[in-house]
Design a protein around this ligand. Sequence first.
Ligand SMILES: [Zn+2]
Length: 310
Amino acid sequence: MEPNAERPAGTRAVGIDIGGTKMAVAVVDAAGNIVSRETLPTQAELGFPRAVARLGDAVERVLADARASSLGGIGIGCAGPVDPLRGLINNPYTLAGWDRCDIVTPLRARFGVPVRLENDADAAALGECFRGAGRGYDPVVMLTFGTGIGGAVVLGGAVYRGVNGEHPELGHVAVAADGPHCYCGRPGCLEAIASGTAIGEAGRAAGFEDARGVFAAAQAGHAAARRIVARAVEATAVAAWTFLHTFLPERFLLGGGMMDEQFALFSEAVNRSIAAAAMAPRSRVTVARAELGNDAGLVGAASLVFPKRA
Ligand SMILES: [Zn+2]
């Protein structure tokens, strides 16, 4: 069975965004507008079947709110790892007990429409390319700076997949051989230096409360804070150099909570790499801030069930 191979038509789709603490469900029209929505706590610990039943009930409510008569399908973006080809959530790490959980079959049985599943970072990138700052650009590399650093590549309107359909982990490119050890297995990853968690940890060792405190102190000229921030910015510049030369994107998108206040600093680092790259068509590569915020995952998930545009 290949649920993701189906190509439905339809004017409305349901997008679902599943995270460790909350789930969002929305009706999205074919232009990418959210027509109605609902947010509910994930409560993963109550078990997967219970969550699927609650999601199904929420889908019915948002459809009723939107007065949607025809449903083209349901797209789901979920905190990974997920197996998008088989429709399985394999994330016991942040969704307690959710390992090899088939979310596609029960929702398809309940609603009688195609259902597709993606990693949430991929869904967010698809959302930005469908309705946000990535629209009209191809390929797009999106980096999301938050607790960790997520990344996705969209090529020809589809997410780039690795072996087994899996999601490449752009946050774990190595940028500094002498960097802090990362849980992925080696030292000096982008995420281990430039994520909110990494900046916060480096900051606490220097007497700051959290990442936000580090950025504020750096701006005020505090030397230790400036070093931590400079290292994160340089790590981002090195990573951008790698992505520029591996994917040659037409656009880099920077998103995630950290970019709400720090986009200027980090986009300048990416632009610096682009400007220095003798072998890249520099004027064709741009950097932008992701526009859709938390809605990107919902819109991108819903876009999975709309027919591809030419
Ligand atoms: Zn790593």
